[in-house]
Design a protein. Sequence first.
Length: 186
Amino acid sequence: MSDTLTDSRRFRILTVVDDYSRECLCLVADTSLSGTRVARELDTVIAERGCPAMCVSDNGTELTSMAILRWSQETQIERHYIAPANHPERLHRELQRSAARRAAERDAVQVARSRSRGLGDWKEDYNTVRPHSAIGNLPPAIYAKLSDPAMQRDGTLRSLGGSAPHPVAPPSPMGSNEQQTLLISG
């Protein structure tokens, strides 16, 4: 996603979302994001979370660059491009309202070029506090933890209030419900 600072300069935020759990896995803000930088950030996410079966993204220049194509071949991770409007709108809408707006009002270049504490705090709040209707009104991190096969017994998903005999979330109208799919936008 991109936005404009109070001094009219543009900045970008790379967002990486687990399409299954809706967790925000990565927020990287800078005045420019190259394909090489995106590949490096994806490698960091993979080191922490494991290798996805597929990465879904819009067709922004940093996501269709030779660096990303080379990264995809080297990692053997399938790529799927979607229309730009099909990225995680809720995450972007909330992020723009809160962290990005506050960042734009402070020392814009410093905030945009660092992994600001504000973005980290926002990501933590989004993942652990804010309920998401598409996953049974649970915060994404709790849904991911409860969806972990090691946490399930008898094939049912255990939730905080008991058990759910069927999946809590309906199939996603956009993207994939595969547990190992990352939705990437920038």
